[in-house]
Design a protein around this ligand. Structure first.
Ligand code: CP
Ligand code: NVA
Length: 301
């Protein structure tokens, strides 16, 4: 007997699955009505704050004919010591799928091991795969197949960056990451994994080198939620701000991407995030459609 179909990380999937998810996301965006969640309930379990993930999953479940309930771990017995495994077993008796946002990736894996319904990664300290699917859809809407494109990431090598590296391994675009060497110490398994898939992923200290000629430039907050290294990271990342001067080194029609929330004046200037190359609100919108595709994939294949 096979278990539920979880959506945990992009490095567990293949290119065909990703392509199928994009095709379904495009269909949902074009207005396809498919009530695959009729009579079904989605639990959204948060250990950390969220605007986009929460609202887009809630609306997505509703558009698929289903219902969503939002749970804050602090208000649950989970917050006072009930195990993740027991929580998974109990929720599986009530709901049809669970989205988890957590500080600790191992909790996502534990939830998936114990749940008898699909579990979806709504962001962990390791990765943010829903976000990167939305970002790639956003790029392809404007530039076509991403395979021949050059992308640049500027800033912290964080959860969003790691999912972007996984996507490079599957979809074949080249990726240049500009990150202070101090923040990428030691082995980073995602890099080795993507390179083993044949992807060109380079890590550079100089943001100008990473951005030069790029088709899309990504950044994200310098200090992620629950990151305890805030002051150190802010100091190290000061030269990695995406401003107009840096963007002008990219291709003239390069896109600017940021998963949001942005810390304007830190990782990105207003000029860039509010400028004509910015697609940050399209990324946020596309979360809805890729997640409808993910829900459909998890629930009905
Ligand atoms: N990008 C993203 O996941 O946003 P939220 O933290 O608001 O969910
Ligand atoms: N890297 C950020 C992403 C927020 C959506 C964080 O983890 O806080």
């Amino acid at each position: 007997m096979t278990g539920p179909r979880h959506f945990l990380d992009l490095d567990r999937l293949d290119a065909t699955t990703l392509r199928r998810l994009f095709a379904r996301a495009i269909a949902f965006k074009a207005g396809e009505h498919k009530p695959v969640m009729a009579g079904r309930t989605l639990a959204l379990l948060f250990e950390k704050p969220s605007t986009r993930t929460r609202v887009s999953f809630e609306v997505g479940a509703h558009r698929l004919g289903g219902h969503a309930i939002v749970l804050n771990s602090r208000d649950m017995q989970l917050g006072r010591g009930e195990t993740v495994a027991d929580t998974a077993r109990v929720l599986s008796r009530y709901v049809d799928a669970i989205v988890l946002r957590t500080d600790a990736h191992h909790k996502l894996l534990e939830l998936a091991r114990s749940a008898t319904v699909p579990v979806i990664n709504g962001l962990t300290d390791r990765s943010h795969p829903c976000q990167i699917l939305a970002d790639i859809l956003t790029i392809e809407e404007r530039k076509g197949d991403i395979a021949c494109r050059r992308l640049a990431w500027v800033g912290d090598f964080n959860n969003v960056c790691r999912s972007l590296v996984h996507a490079a391994g599957l979809l074949g675009f080249s990726l240049a990451i500009a990150c202070p060497p101090e923040l990428l110490a030691g082995d980073e398994p995602a890099l080795a994994w993507a390179r083993a898939q044949g992807a060109t992923v380079t890590v550079l200290a100089d943001p100008r080198e990473a951005v030069r000629g790029a088709d899309a430039v990504f950044t994200d907050t310098w200090v992620s939620m629950s990151d305890r290294e805030g002051e150190r990271k802010r100091a190290l990342l000061e030269p990695y701000r995406v401003d107009g001067r840096l963007m002008r080194l990219a291709a003239p029609d390069a896109l600017f991407l940021h998963c949001l929330p942005a810390h304007r004046g830190e990782e990105v200037t207003d000029e860039v995030i509010d400028g004509p190359q910015s697609v940050v609100f399209d990324e946020a919108e596309n979360r809805l459609y890729v997640q409808m595709a993910i829900l459909e994939w998890c629930l009905v294949g």
